[in-house]
Design a protein around this ligand. Structure first.
Ligand SMILES: *[C@@H]1O[C@H](CO)[C@@H](O)[C@H](O)[C@H]1NC(C)=O
Ligand SMILES: CC(=O)N[C@H]1CO[C@H](CO)[C@@H](O)[C@@H]1O
Length: 450
């Protein structure tokens, strides 16, 4: 399928960062028939390419991502993206080993690797060797940050993006360039229609329609494994997010708060989001799964109009513990709103951008693993490069559809890239699922009354 005719009918399923970025790139390269399907108009409310903020950084323990993230970082400052981008220092903290406690996974090791990669790429970074150093440089960190063997580094060349604004603006550019969109039940793909040799002929949608195509690109994020055979190469896992209401004065007082990332627990926070007055905190950990009857984890609920106001109780505790380290005076306020953000994790944390091994005209573009959004401005270039098999062998290999996990157990497979801190991944309990479902219903009702 690597030699694509410019007039082939290309159908992209999913209007998140991967799908939108790909659609625009295809049009820019002269493809004439590009249609994007989704069950909602982007930014899709419960997709991970949404929300008030996403970290934009190029601090990575992996050279490939560090380089393309640097490239993306520069693009975030161009006219097409800069309205949604805010430069802010980003501080990465971790806790070294102590005589009684070995280094935690996702802790100092990953931090050290990241520092080495930055140095190798000639990128500047600044160590913060003590808590006192950190607090001197960032006086808004008012908590005790009481941790043995504190270690941290920062660079001011980082920031955050207003994700929903960035997606809305990219959508406008896609529409203006000639990408077609089908949303709502007409665009909600439920199934693939295949020929006996595995070639995909069409997709079927929630209202029974079918949409034909020559090439299909599944950019379906956390929903992918429930839609097509994924060979145990991806896992939908939910991360906790909390939004704390700040007063006008507090927004001003905290405006210089850095992005603070605790490698040991995965806790991180953003500076205040002025338009909403929210302080957002979250965890980048191993997350929670919600297994369906098909025995794959997938976000519960389809076609929701807003995110459910629910996270498990242990998630709330982790968010508040993280907040207590840096801004203890806000802990008692609690969160006005919480939510789950569904990552599509891969075994190594690498994206999957490759043809499906059993369906030669089905291309898979997903596996963001919680670090994909920052590549909104340039991921489409790499996805299209992979579609055309024009990327270097190294990159094609890095992003290939992994077939080696097919017969393995989930627990052996999803170990990630070493950047995740905090407790083991766990399945949501029955009771948590029920609470989640009622929160979803409440969210939908609230929306439909407006
Ligand atoms: C990371 O989080 C844990 C748990 O909240 C805390 O004990 C530790 O002090 C934090 N480390 C830093 C550097 O904030
Ligand atoms: C102040 C600061 O940290 N700035 C540096 C961060 O890294 C970039 C990229 O190497 C440098 O250009 C900045 O000077």
């Amino acid at each position: 399928m690597a030699h694509l005719d410019k007039n082939e009918r290309i159908v992209i399923i999913g209007a998140g960062a991967f799908g939108l970025s790909t659609s625009l790139r295809l049009i820019e390269e002269g493809y004439t028939s590009v249609t994007v399907l989704d069950r909602s108009v982007p930014p899709v409310p419960d997709g991970s390419s949404n929300d008030i903020s996403r970290i934009i950084r190029f601090d990575y323990g992996d050279e490939v991502y560090a380089k393309i993230a640097r490239e993306a970082y520069d693009l975030w400052q161009t006219p097409e993206y800069k309205d949604a981008f805010h430069q802010t220092p980003c501080i990465w903290t971790s806790q070294g080993a102590t005589p009684t406690q070995p280094v935690q996974p996702g802790g100092a090791d990953y931090s050290l690797k990241t520092q080495q990669v930055l140095t190798k790429l000639g990128q500047e970074w600044h160590p913060l060797r003590t808590v006192a150093d950190a607090k001197r440089r960032f006086p808004t960190l008012s908590g005790k940050i009481d941790v043995p063997n504190f270690d941290a580094f920062y660079n001011t060349t980082a920031g955050w993006a207003d994700a929903s604004l960035a997606v809305r603006q990219l959508l406008d550019r896609c529409v203006a360039s000639g990408v077609s969109f089908i949303t709502g039940p007409d665009g909600q793909v439920t199934d693939f229609e295949k020929a006996p040799d595995g070639t995909v002929k069409a997709v079927r949608t929630a209202n029974g329609k079918r949409i034909d195509g020559d090439l299909f690109i599944a950019a379906t994020g956390a929903w992918t494994a429930s839609l097509l055979p994924s060979w145990n190469s991806m896992l939908a896992a939910a991360q906790v997010v909390g939004y704390l209401r700040l007063t006008h004065d507090e927004v001003a007082q905290l405006k210089d708060l850095p992005i603070y990332f605790n490698f040991s627990t995965g806790f991180f926070c953003f500076p205040p989001h002025e338009p909403t007055g929210y302080l957002k905190v979250a965890c980048h950990g191993l997350g929670y799964t919600a297994s369906s009857d098909k025995a794959v984890s997938s976000p519960p609920g389809m076609s929701v109009s807003s995110r459910a106001n629910f996270i498990p109780e242990d998630g709330t505790k982790r968010l508040l513990a993280g907040l207590n380290d840096i801004l203890p005076h806000l802990v008692s306020r609690g969160f006005e709103r919480v939510g789950l953000c569904w990552y599509n994790d891969t075994p190594t944390g690498d994206f999957i951008m490759d043809y499906h091994p059993e369906h030669k005209n089905l291309f898979i573009a997903t596996g963001g693993s919680g670090h994909g959004f920052k590549f909104l401005p340039n991921i489409g270039k790499y996805i299209v490069g992979s579609l055309q098999r024009k990327l270097s062998q190294d990159l094609l290999q890095k992003w290939k559809f992994p077939t080696e996990y097919r017969r393995k157990f989930q627990e052996e497979v999803f170990k990630g890239d070493g950047s995740r801190g905090g407790p083991e991944r766990r399945e949501l309990t029955g009771q948590e699922r029920d609470t989640f479902d009622s929160a979803l219903r409440a969210a939908s009702n609230r929306q439909s009354k407006i």
